[in-house]
Design a protein around this ligand. Structure first.
Ligand code: CTP
Ligand code: CA
Length: 222
């Protein structure tokens, strides 16, 4: 059994991953969304599964397929994702929030399709709950919480600020500025900060390899 422990360091460990975008309904046929493909989150789910973990994946709308054995929960809006996270988080040992959650959602959802009228249309939005920050408040001492940060300016400063403000154990900074990184593609470039604000810079890699790096960094915290 010694080799099993070594190959599967996360046996009996419960991991919660969020992935993909959220869709915020405007009316019955329209929504506000974003370009997240879900690839990073699904790659993380598979990486953790390969380490022996019991993986739950809460995903917004995504064309990605989860491999058998992953407990996939499909959600649509930020509010639905928040609800699903509140249900799953208490029993999760490691939680990685890689979803691109909408920051704002329409105050009201029109019950009928909005007809075109004037030259301009204003849709009033309200802030969504910051799911990660909420989990950071609810986190117990033996739970690990990891977030992502997507920035275009002062990226390291903002990532460190989010790590502290949301009470995270690690934050993964997505370097949008680098070629081959970001939404849609199959590669990513990340920098990871821990609570001591120690920084690890990784090369551009496939999202599968990036997921393995993130998984390894998290295991090193255990
Ligand atoms: N996040 C979340 N709930 C939200 C918004 C973001 O859980 N309503 C999480 C994301 O999943 C990510 C982290 O917070 O893990 C950082 O997301 P990001 O968009 O980079 O930062 P924000 O805190 O939303 O701030 P801003 O978009 O203004 O930079
Ligand atoms: Ca945001």
């Amino acid at each position: 059994t010694e080799h099993i422990r070594k190959d599967l360091p996360l046996l009996d460990t419960r991991v919660l991953i969020t992935a993909g975008p959220t869709y915020e309904a405007i009316d019955p046929v329209r929504f506000i969304g974003n370009h997240s493909s879900g690839k990073m989150g699904f790659a993380l789910a598979h990486a953790f599964q390969q380490m022996g973990a019991n993986v739950t994946l809460i995903s917004g709308p995504s064309a990605e397929l989860a491999s058998p054995g992953i407990n996939r929960i499909n959600v649509r809006s930020a509010a639905e994702m928040h609800q699903a996270c509140l249900e799953q988080f208490p029993t999760s040992d490691i939680t990685v929030m890689s979803a691109a959650v909408a920051d704002y959602t329409p105050i009201e959802v029109a019950t009928e399709k909005i007809k075109k009228q004037d030259q301009t249309l204003h849709i009033a939005l309200k802030k969504t709950t910051d799911i990660l920050a909420d989990l950071g408040i609810k986190k117990s001492a033996n739970q690990i919480l990891v977030g992502f940060a997507l920035e275009t300016t002062n990226e390291e400063f903002h990532a460190q600020e989010k790590l502290k403000r949301k009470n995270l154990d690690l934050i993964v900074l997505n370097s949008l500025n680098d070629a081959g990184a970001g939404f849609g593609g199959n590669t990513n470039k990340v920098t990871i900060f821990n609570r001591a604000l120690e920084k690890k810079v990784f090369d551009v890699k496939s999202k599968t390899e990036v997921a393995a790096d993130i998984c390894r960094e998290i295991i090193s915290l255990l």
